[in-house]
Ligand binder design. Sequence first.
Ligand code: FES
Length: 111
Amino acid sequence: MPIVHLLPHPDLCPQGQAIDVKPGKSLCESLLKAGVAIEHACELVAACSTCHVYVRKGGESLAEPDDNENDQLDNAWGLDAQSRLSCCVKLAETDITVEFPKHTRNHAREY
Ligand code: FES
């Protein structure tokens, strides 16, 4: 089974983490199943951007983002060339390395 390596994030995984995942599953779903409390305000239907991550290694093994994902990504905090919405990423057979952004843009939690 492929492994998703998570780089350390102060809230989500302070020490970093490596999780076994099933190919074909969404990255966000796999993170939640592994106990990583990534935000997912729209419940994984690509309608927010709170599940934004950076795929730092292995991104070439994944399908390219579709138009819907790209549109939502435009709203993400700290967008870069390796940004993806984790609910849109279907895992392949290859290990990937994921970094979480420092912030998310969850309008429901902004005051
Ligand atoms: S959970 Fe809303 S876009 Fe992924």
